[in-house]
Design a protein around this ligand. Structure first.
Ligand code: ZN
Length: 258
């Protein structure tokens, strides 16, 4: 027990930066990889310096803390308060996940970036398409996307935001990222085409709708355990699959015609 104590403490106070956590981001990137044409996949890997999409899936959550990429700190989310939509909510002047994805996509589409700029923009895109699908990344500004709401998760104190970014994904399935792809990526081509539609503004609104439901079902001091995991597992699965398919579609639009 003594040896376990530091681990338990670290888990209690661990606040993931801003994302699905490693597993969710890796699964999304791998689903995208598996849905790219071989030609597009080769172009993307070349632009990433021979790294896979999975390799950079979680990179920005750490990089945003460095001086070099500090400008991306606010790009992981877009807070929308109750009664507002993304459109009516006051925008963060430093950028948000919607403006960042749109900006990065248009830069990548321009075909005028240096190899270094293309590499960085691609890494950012891979990560942010994951983040925009995390419901509490469209959470209220008033509670900092659920960071100010404490809940009891199996009798441990958790921030609602952390619960959704990491704990629930890990609790839903004890799968590797390749198993997440294998288990979820089984829908028909027609369904895939349907699921991959939309623009970042739409995806953020979907996240906001799910967040509204989460706020209702998880007020402060809620006790959350097995039934909550069972209820939200299909939601998490759909967000991860949608994110992967949408990332693949964006990359095909950027690289498919080149
Ligand atoms: Zn993030």
């Amino acid at each position: 027990m003594k040896r376990l104590l530091p681990v338990i403490c670290a888990l209690m106070f661990y606040v993931p930066a801003w994302g699905w956590g490693q597993k969710g981001h890796d699964a999304i990137a791998y689903i995208a990889e598996c849905n790219l044409t071989p030609e597009t996949y080769a172009k993307v890997v070349k632009a990433l310096g021979n790294h896979s999409l999975v390799y950079y899936a979680n990179w920005l959550d750490n990089a945003s803390y460095t001086p070099e990429y500090g400008y991306t700190r606010t790009w992981h989310y877009a807070n929308v308060d109750k009664g507002y939509t993304y459109e009516t909510m006051k925008k963060n002047e430093r950028g948000d996940v919607v403006t960042a994805i749109n900006d990065v996509v248009s830069k990548l589409r321009s075909g005028t970036l240096s190899p270094e700029q293309e590499n960085v923009n691609l890494r950012i895109l891979i990560h942010l398409v994951g983040d925009i699908h995390a419901p509490l990344h469209a959470g209220h500004l008033s509670d900092l996307g659920g960071n100010k709401i404490m809940v009891k998760y199996f009798n441990r104190d958790y921030k609602l935001h952390s619960l959704w970014d990491t704990a629930l994904v890990e609790a839903a399935h004890k799968w590797s990222y390749t198993e997440w792809q294998k288990q979820l990526d089984i829908v028909s081509p027609e369904e895939k085409s349907q699921m991959s539609q939309g623009v970042p503004e739409d995806w953020l609104e979907e996240s906001r709708d799910i967040a509204a439901d989460i706020y209702i079902n998880t007020p402060p001091k809620s006790k959350v355990a097995y039934s909550y995991i069972a209820h939200y597992t299909p939601v998490i699965e759909k967000r991860i699959l949608s994110a992967g398919l949408r990332l693949a579609r964006l990359l095909e639009e950027i690289y498919g015609g080149r």
